[in-house]
Structure formats: structure tokens, C-alpha cells
Design a protein around this ligand. Structure first.
Ligand SMILES: Nc1ncnc2c1ncn2[C@@H]1O[C@H](COP(=O)(O)OP(=O)(O)O)[C@@H](O)[C@H]1O
Ligand SMILES: [Mg+2]
Length: 250
């Protein structure tokens, strides 16, 4: 599980995260919704340990994030708390083949070439890209690049996976196919997942629980079903895209 309490993060004395509280149950998907610029990527990167200057507490299976980031990888594997990160644009290296991009993290761990190859090829097969291993990222569509990013995270068998806007820039059909893949992945591996997006269709398809990030705080935190009943005025305004309501439009 992942627990955040009173998390605050300033950039140039300006709080991007004011007071974030959330709890992600083991094996579930927590979706963070929020408008462009609301701090979703910053929040996800903070959870990934990339902004250690935050205040408040973040715990991964009851281990504080500061302690967590110091743990050697073998210990994280042993405790089943490794973390995978799927970057917004796939985060691929342009000059490396799909195979090398996916193998990148694995090559930093112990394992024979054959073991690495098996993991890379089965991850590529899982995301629907069998046969693309020798291509360069530039030869793939945006949707395929996102699939490579997912394969790279998955082949490390993470217990926790963080998705940054996995459907940004995709048309509704591709968005749906990525959402389906995320749900299938969740069903197969039962990871603890956090996904940030501004796409309601993605949230509806993938979320067990939803947090709405606004003004640096999670202002709605409820089950996905409850969120979409629109009984909460903030949820209703976000879903309907109203300019009138409790969310101030600046
Ligand atoms: N490294 C950084 N240094 C300073 N400001 C940043 C940095 N990263 C993000 N920001 C600012 O934080 C705010 C939230 O950005 P971001 O998390 O990318 O939003 P979202 O992902 O919700 O669209 C933006 O105003 C952005 O300019
Ligand atoms: Mg973002």
C-alpha cells in the first residue's frame, strides 16, 4: 500500500502540492484526476522519490519513502516492493531499439542474457508488440511508444506501478485500447497502481478509487462508482466541465 499524509512540495517558494493525503490499498488502482498543470506529474514523481525535498510523509508498505529510496534493489525485490514508472511520452531513448529500451532496466540487474531476452520478449508480447523489437521508437506510433514504455516497466515485475498520463495525446480509440491493456495488466499481475490522467473515460475504466487533485490538494477521494454518481459537487463540476461550481476557474 501507499500512504501520503500532508505532503507539500514547493518550487521557488510556490506550493505545487499544498497538502496531499491519499491511501492506495494493496492490489488496487488509484486514479488521480486533475486539470492540466494541477500537479499530477509532480505528485507522481514525488511518490517515485524524484523530489526528496517534500515535507509530510509518504510510506510504501509502511516504509518511509526516504528509507525506501535507500534500499538496495535486491531488498526491494525480496520485500516485493519494487516500483515501476510509465513516463508520459513513453520516456524512450530515441537512438535505442525497442528491445534495448525494454531491456534497459533489466540489464542493471543480475540475470543472464537468455533470462533478459525471455522477459523482454514476453513483455513485448503482452503489450501487443511481438516482432517490433528491432524497430526504433521513431518508427512507432504514439500509442505503440506508450506500449513500449509499459513493457519496460512490466519486465521488471514491479509490485507497484505509477502511470503518468498513459493516454495523453491519443485519440479515443487508442485511448480505449491502452485503458484495456492497463486493466488486463492489473488483472494479471495485481499490482498496486497509481495512474494520473485528465481523461474521465480512462478513470472510469481503470479506477477502483479516484482522487481529484485541485489547488495542490486531493479535494475529492472516493470509490470510482461514487465519483461518477456526481453527488459530490466538485466531482460533478469536473465531470460536466461546468464553469460554475465550487472549483474556481482561474
Ligand atoms: N521541476 C520543476 N520546477 C519548477 N516547477 C515545476 C517543475 N515541475 C513542474 N513544475 C510546475 O508545477 C506545476 C504542475 O505541473 P505538472 O505536475 O506537470 O502538472 P500536470 O501533470 O497536472 O499537468 C506547473 O505549474 C509546473 O510549471
Ligand atoms: Mg503531467
Amino acid at each position: 500500500m501507499i500512504a501520503l499524509e500532508h505532503v507539500q512540495l514547493l518550487f521557488n517558494n510556490h506550493p505545487v502540492l499544498q497538502d496531499v493525503n491519499l491511501f492506495v490499498q494493496q492490489g488496487s488502482t488509484y486514479v488521480i484526476l486533475g486539470k492540466n498543470g494541477s500537479g499530477k506529474t509532480v505528485l507522481l514523481k514525488t511518490i517515485a522519490g524524484l523530489f526528496p525535498q517534500f515535507s509530510g510523509t509518504i510510506a510504501i508498505n509502511e516504509i518511509s519513502l526516504h528509507e525506501y529510496t535507500q534500499l538496495p534493489i535486491n531488498e526491494k525485490i525480496h520485500k516485493n516492493i519494487t516500483m515501476g514508472y510509465v513516463f508520459q511520452k513513453g520516456g524512450l531513448f530515441d537512438s535505442m531499439t525497442v528491445y534495448d529500451n525494454v531491456a534497459f532496466g533489466l540489464q542493471r540487474r543480475a540475470g543472464t542474457e537468455d533470462e533478459i531476452k525471455n522477459k523482454v520478449l514476453s513483455a513485448l508480447e503482452w503489450v501487443g508488440l511481438a516482432g517490433s523489437e528491432n524497430k526504433l521508437p521513431s518508427q512507432l506510433s504514439g500509442g505503440m511508444q506508450k506500449r513500449v514504455g509499459l513493457a519496460r516497466a512490466l519486465c521488471l515485475s514491479p509490485a507497484i506501478i505509477l502511470y503518468d498520463d498513459p493516454t495523453a495525446g491519443l485519440d479515443p480509440v487508442l485511448t480505449d485500447s491502452i485503458s484495456e491493456l492497463i486493466v488486463a495488466t492489473q488483472n494479471k499481475y495485481a499490482m498496486t497502481s497509481i495512474l494520473v490522467t485528465q481523461d474521465l473515460a480512462v478513470a472510469e475504466k481503470t479506477a477502483h478509487r479516484i482522487g481529484l487533485l485541485h489547488n495542490g490538494m486531493i479535494i475529492v477521494d472516493c470509490s470510482a462508482d461514487e465519483f461518477f454518481t456526481k453527488t459530490n459537487p466538485y466531482a460533478k463540476q469536473f465531470i460536466d466541465g461546468d464553469s460554475e461550481g465550487p472549483i474556481e476557474i482561474i
